[in-house]
Design a protein around this ligand. Sequence first.
Ligand code: ATP
Ligand code: FE2
Length: 332
Amino acid sequence: MTLILGLEGTAWNLSAALVSEERVIHEAESTYKPLYGGIHPREAAQHHASELKNVVTQALRGAKKEGFSLNDIDAVAFSQGPGMGPCIRTVATAARALSISLKTPLIGVNHCIAHIEIGRWQCGTKDPVVLYVSGANSQVLAYRSGRYRILGETLDIGIGNALDKFARYLGLSHPGGPKIEELASKGTEYVYMPYVVKGMDLSFSGLTTSAKDAINHHKTEDVCYSLQETAFAMLTEVAERAMAHLWKDEMLLAGGVGANRRLQQMLQTMCHDRGAKFFVPENKYLKDNGTMIAYLGLLMFNSGETTPIEKSVVKPNYRPDEVEVTWRDKSK
Ligand code: ATP
Ligand code: FE2
C-alpha cells in the first residue's frame, strides 16, 4: 500500500490530506475569507502561511488515529500550479520542507488534472469528456495518447470568476457563485445576454458586463437567472460538441462551479438525450481539496514519477496539456 500526503493551496482553500489506494484517510482544511472584495493573492498566501502548521498537524493526527505513523508516508505531493503565485509558493515551500524532514520524495502535481483524477476515482468513470469549471478556469478536456487535451476553453475569465464579479457588484460576499445560484432559482424572466461561443472556445467577461447593465432595468433574480442560463448553455454546447466529435459516451463535471444544480441539470439532460452517462462527484471533491492532490500524487508515485527539489519551482500558468500522463494506458 502507498500513503501520500497532499497539500493544496492555489487560491482560497488550504488543505492537507492523506490518501492510500483504498481510501481517503484524513483531510483537514482552512479557508481564507476576504473581508471585502475578491481574493487578494498576498493576503491569501499570508493566511496559508499562518494556517499551514495547524492544517498539516490536523491531517497527520487524523491519520494517526487510523493507525498510520509518519514513517508510513511514501511521498509529499503539492499543487505546483496553476494558481496565484504567492499562494502556490507558500505551499510549495512547506511541501519541500516536509519532504526533506520526512526523507520522502516530493511530487509536484498539476491542479487541473487533480480535479479530473479525483472525479474519475470517486465516480468510477473510465474515459470521460471533462468539463472543468472553477473560479479561474473553464475548460473542456479529454484524454488521448498520453495527455489530457484541451478541446475548448475560456478566452478570458473563468465562469466562477464571472459569477463572483457580478455577485461582488451586487454587494454579495465572496464566493458569489452559490449566492447567484440561490437568486437565480427565483428568477422567471429571461433577459437577453450575449452568448459567446467561438468554435470550441468561450468568453464570459462580456456576460458580466451585460449583467451589470441589466440590473438597472430588471429584477436581480431575473438577471441572475439569465446570466446562469446563458453561461451554462454555452458550456453545455461546447461539452456536447466535444462528446459528439470524440464519440465518447461519458461526461465528468469537475471544479467548484460544478456544485451548481442548474449546471448539473443542463448537462444531465444533454447526456440523457444522447444516451450518454453523466458523472459528478460530491461537492467536497469538486472544490479545491487536498485529497485530489494526494490522490494524483499517488497515481504519479506508483508510475515512478517524483519531482527533484530543483525542478519543484511553481508554475502559476501550468496547463494540463503540458503534463505527460504516465499513469493511464499502462499497456502502451
Ligand atoms: P481553480 O484553481 O481550479 O480555478 P478555484 O480556486 O477557482 O480553482 P474551486 O473551489 O475549484 O477553486 O472553485 C471556486 C469557484 O466555484 C468560485 O468561483 C465559486 O463562486 C464557485 N462556486 C462554488 N459553488 C458554486 C455554485 N453553487 N454555483 C456556482 N458557482 C459556484
Ligand atoms: Fe481548483
